[in-house]
Ligand binder design. Structure first.
Ligand SMILES: [Ca+2]
Ligand SMILES: [Ca+2]
Length: 228
Protein backbone atom coordinates (compact mmCIF):
# COMPACT_ATOMS: atom_id res chain seq x y z
CA UNK A 1 0.00 0.00 0.00
CA UNK A 2 2.76 2.39 0.88
CA UNK A 3 4.55 1.56 -2.35
CA UNK A 4 1.41 2.11 -4.32
CA UNK A 5 0.91 5.39 -2.57
CA UNK A 6 4.42 6.50 -3.37
CA UNK A 7 4.03 5.67 -7.01
CA UNK A 8 0.90 7.76 -7.18
CA UNK A 9 2.71 10.55 -5.45
CA UNK A 10 5.51 10.38 -7.99
CA UNK A 11 3.02 10.54 -10.82
CA UNK A 12 1.35 13.44 -9.12
CA UNK A 13 4.46 15.51 -8.82
CA UNK A 14 4.02 16.41 -12.23
CA UNK A 15 5.94 18.72 -13.44
CA UNK A 16 8.13 20.24 -15.87
CA UNK A 17 11.55 20.12 -14.36
CA UNK A 18 14.43 22.02 -15.75
CA UNK A 19 17.62 20.14 -15.18
CA UNK A 20 21.22 20.45 -16.10
CA UNK A 21 20.87 24.10 -16.84
CA UNK A 22 23.84 26.00 -15.55
CA UNK A 23 23.43 28.65 -12.91
CA UNK A 24 27.00 29.89 -12.64
CA UNK A 25 28.86 32.13 -14.97
CA UNK A 26 31.48 30.58 -17.17
CA UNK A 27 34.12 32.60 -18.91
CA UNK A 28 33.72 33.19 -22.63
CA UNK A 29 30.41 31.41 -22.95
CA UNK A 30 26.74 31.77 -23.69
CA UNK A 31 24.71 29.69 -21.26
CA UNK A 32 21.22 29.07 -19.90
CA UNK A 33 19.80 29.65 -16.43
CA UNK A 34 16.38 28.51 -15.29
CA UNK A 35 14.34 30.54 -12.84
CA UNK A 36 12.77 27.41 -11.37
CA UNK A 37 13.57 23.73 -11.57
CA UNK A 38 9.93 22.60 -11.53
CA UNK A 39 6.62 23.86 -12.80
CA UNK A 40 3.24 22.20 -13.24
CA UNK A 41 2.63 20.45 -16.52
CA UNK A 42 0.91 22.67 -19.02
CA UNK A 43 2.45 25.69 -17.40
CA UNK A 44 5.58 27.61 -18.22
CA UNK A 45 8.98 28.35 -16.78
CA UNK A 46 11.49 31.06 -17.56
CA UNK A 47 14.90 30.23 -18.98
CA UNK A 48 17.36 33.10 -19.20
CA UNK A 49 20.13 33.32 -21.79
CA UNK A 50 23.36 34.81 -20.44
CA UNK A 51 26.63 35.81 -22.03
CA UNK A 52 29.92 36.26 -20.23
CA UNK A 53 32.80 37.28 -22.45
CA UNK A 54 34.89 40.20 -23.68
CA UNK A 55 34.87 42.30 -26.83
CA UNK A 56 31.35 41.86 -28.15
CA UNK A 57 28.43 43.96 -29.35
CA UNK A 58 25.79 41.34 -30.13
CA UNK A 59 25.09 38.04 -31.77
CA UNK A 60 22.79 35.54 -33.36
CA UNK A 61 21.34 32.66 -31.36
CA UNK A 62 19.84 29.53 -32.86
CA UNK A 63 18.28 27.42 -30.10
CA UNK A 64 16.90 23.96 -30.89
CA UNK A 65 14.60 21.67 -28.89
CA UNK A 66 12.12 18.80 -29.27
CA UNK A 67 8.79 20.46 -30.12
CA UNK A 68 6.84 17.37 -29.08
CA UNK A 69 8.11 17.87 -25.50
CA UNK A 70 8.39 21.63 -25.05
CA UNK A 71 7.43 24.79 -26.84
CA UNK A 72 8.97 28.23 -26.53
CA UNK A 73 6.16 30.72 -26.33
CA UNK A 74 7.96 33.95 -25.56
CA UNK A 75 11.20 35.89 -25.57
CA UNK A 76 11.90 39.18 -23.81
CA UNK A 77 15.16 40.99 -24.37
CA UNK A 78 17.11 43.06 -21.84
CA UNK A 79 17.54 46.81 -22.13
CA UNK A 80 21.28 46.37 -22.68
CA UNK A 81 20.36 45.01 -26.11
CA UNK A 82 17.76 47.35 -27.61
CA UNK A 83 18.43 46.03 -31.11
CA UNK A 84 16.82 42.63 -31.24
CA UNK A 85 14.72 40.27 -33.31
CA UNK A 86 13.01 37.01 -32.39
CA UNK A 87 11.83 34.49 -34.98
CA UNK A 88 9.84 31.46 -33.81
CA UNK A 89 8.46 30.32 -37.16
CA UNK A 90 10.45 27.09 -37.53
CA UNK A 91 9.19 24.19 -35.45
CA UNK A 92 11.71 23.13 -32.83
CA UNK A 93 13.98 26.12 -33.15
CA UNK A 94 14.19 29.77 -32.21
CA UNK A 95 16.27 32.48 -33.81
CA UNK A 96 17.29 35.51 -31.80
CA UNK A 97 19.36 38.46 -32.92
CA UNK A 98 20.59 40.90 -30.30
CA UNK A 99 22.94 43.87 -30.21
CA UNK A 100 23.89 46.80 -28.03
CA UNK A 101 23.52 50.29 -29.47
CA UNK A 102 26.65 51.71 -31.00
CA UNK A 103 28.38 53.82 -28.35
CA UNK A 104 31.84 54.63 -26.95
CA UNK A 105 31.21 51.85 -24.38
CA UNK A 106 31.71 49.20 -27.04
CA UNK A 107 32.85 46.55 -27.15
CA UNK A 108 31.08 45.14 -24.13
CA UNK A 109 32.87 43.09 -21.52
CA UNK A 110 31.50 40.99 -18.68
CA UNK A 111 28.31 39.20 -17.82
CA UNK A 112 25.02 40.23 -19.38
CA UNK A 113 21.61 38.67 -19.56
CA UNK A 114 20.61 38.65 -23.23
CA UNK A 115 16.98 37.88 -22.55
CA UNK A 116 14.51 35.39 -21.14
CA UNK A 117 12.65 32.58 -22.88
CA UNK A 118 9.23 31.31 -21.81
CA UNK A 119 9.29 27.51 -22.02
CA UNK A 120 6.03 25.56 -21.91
CA UNK A 121 5.76 21.84 -21.13
CA UNK A 122 3.86 19.99 -23.87
CA UNK A 123 4.12 16.28 -23.14
CA UNK A 124 6.07 13.80 -21.07
CA UNK A 125 9.70 13.45 -22.02
CA UNK A 126 13.03 15.22 -22.04
CA UNK A 127 14.19 17.79 -24.53
CA UNK A 128 17.66 19.17 -25.05
CA UNK A 129 17.94 22.92 -25.30
CA UNK A 130 20.88 23.18 -27.65
CA UNK A 131 22.59 26.06 -29.36
CA UNK A 132 22.77 25.32 -33.09
CA UNK A 133 25.86 25.69 -35.26
CA UNK A 134 24.57 28.96 -36.66
CA UNK A 135 24.86 30.65 -33.28
CA UNK A 136 27.56 33.30 -33.21
CA UNK A 137 28.78 36.34 -31.27
CA UNK A 138 30.12 39.44 -32.99
CA UNK A 139 32.44 42.24 -31.94
CA UNK A 140 31.79 45.90 -32.76
CA UNK A 141 33.47 45.47 -36.14
CA UNK A 142 31.17 42.62 -37.14
CA UNK A 143 33.83 39.96 -36.69
CA UNK A 144 32.92 36.71 -35.01
CA UNK A 145 34.38 36.09 -31.56
CA UNK A 146 34.98 32.70 -30.01
CA UNK A 147 32.69 31.60 -27.19
CA UNK A 148 31.54 28.22 -25.93
CA UNK A 149 27.83 27.48 -26.12
CA UNK A 150 26.42 25.69 -23.07
CA UNK A 151 22.90 24.31 -23.50
CA UNK A 152 20.75 22.32 -21.10
CA UNK A 153 17.79 20.02 -21.01
CA UNK A 154 14.21 20.12 -19.78
CA UNK A 155 12.13 17.19 -18.56
CA UNK A 156 8.36 17.25 -18.73
CA UNK A 157 6.10 14.87 -16.83
CA UNK A 158 2.39 14.61 -17.16
CA UNK A 159 0.11 15.10 -14.20
CA UNK A 160 -2.45 12.37 -13.90
CA UNK A 161 -5.52 12.59 -11.78
CA UNK A 162 -7.55 15.42 -10.31
CA UNK A 163 -7.40 17.09 -6.92
CA UNK A 164 -10.16 15.59 -4.73
CA UNK A 165 -10.82 12.65 -7.07
CA UNK A 166 -9.52 9.92 -4.76
CA UNK A 167 -11.35 7.07 -6.55
CA UNK A 168 -10.03 8.22 -9.94
CA UNK A 169 -13.30 8.24 -11.87
CA UNK A 170 -12.61 11.63 -13.38
CA UNK A 171 -14.94 13.67 -11.16
CA UNK A 172 -15.24 14.88 -7.59
CA UNK A 173 -18.39 13.55 -5.92
CA UNK A 174 -19.79 12.62 -2.53
CA UNK A 175 -18.16 9.21 -2.98
CA UNK A 176 -14.77 10.92 -2.87
CA UNK A 177 -15.77 12.91 0.21
CA UNK A 178 -16.77 9.68 2.00
CA UNK A 179 -13.47 8.05 1.09
CA UNK A 180 -11.47 11.02 2.32
CA UNK A 181 -13.51 10.95 5.52
CA UNK A 182 -12.76 7.25 5.95
CA UNK A 183 -9.10 7.94 5.38
CA UNK A 184 -9.15 10.73 7.95
CA UNK A 185 -10.31 8.33 10.67
CA UNK A 186 -8.34 5.30 9.43
CA UNK A 187 -4.89 5.90 8.02
CA UNK A 188 -4.94 2.44 6.39
CA UNK A 189 -8.11 3.13 4.41
CA UNK A 190 -7.12 2.69 0.75
CA UNK A 191 -7.36 5.45 -1.81
CA UNK A 192 -6.74 5.05 -5.54
CA UNK A 193 -5.00 8.40 -5.71
CA UNK A 194 -3.22 9.41 -2.50
CA UNK A 195 -2.18 12.92 -3.41
CA UNK A 196 -5.72 13.89 -4.37
CA UNK A 197 -6.91 13.57 -0.73
CA UNK A 198 -4.97 16.43 0.88
CA UNK A 199 -7.05 19.19 -0.62
CA UNK A 200 -5.95 21.96 1.77
CA UNK A 201 -2.24 21.29 1.31
CA UNK A 202 -1.30 20.86 4.95
CA UNK A 203 0.48 17.52 4.44
CA UNK A 204 -2.16 15.32 6.09
CA UNK A 205 -5.63 13.96 5.43
CA UNK A 206 -8.19 15.10 7.99
CA UNK A 207 -11.89 15.82 8.35
CA UNK A 208 -11.15 19.30 7.01
CA UNK A 209 -10.19 17.73 3.69
CA UNK A 210 -13.34 15.61 3.67
CA UNK A 211 -15.49 18.71 4.22
CA UNK A 212 -13.76 20.53 1.39
CA UNK A 213 -14.24 17.61 -1.00
CA UNK A 214 -17.90 17.54 0.05
CA UNK A 215 -18.21 21.24 -0.74
CA UNK A 216 -16.58 20.69 -4.10
CA UNK A 217 -18.96 17.84 -4.89
CA UNK A 218 -21.93 20.19 -4.55
CA UNK A 219 -20.21 23.31 -5.97
CA UNK A 220 -17.84 22.86 -8.87
CA UNK A 221 -16.32 26.28 -8.21
CA UNK A 222 -15.34 25.48 -4.63
CA UNK A 223 -11.53 25.71 -4.57
CA UNK A 224 -9.29 22.77 -3.68
CA UNK A 225 -5.53 22.95 -3.25
CA UNK A 226 -3.52 19.75 -3.63
CA UNK A 227 -0.21 21.63 -3.35
CA UNK A 228 0.33 21.71 -7.09
CA1 LIG B 1 -14.19 10.69 -7.91
CA1 LIG C 1 -5.16 18.16 4.51
Amino acid sequence: MIKKGLSYLLIAIVLLSVTAIGVSAQDDSVYLESASSTVNAGETTDVAIWINTTGFQGGQINLTYDPSVVNITGFVNESDFPIWYWNSESEGEEWILFAANYSPDLPLEGEYRIGTLTVEGISQGTSELEFGDNSSIFDDHGSETEVSWVGGEISVDVVEGMCGDVNVDGKVTNADAMKVWNRAINENYPLDNEWAADVNCDGKVTNADAMKVWNRAINENYPLNCCQ
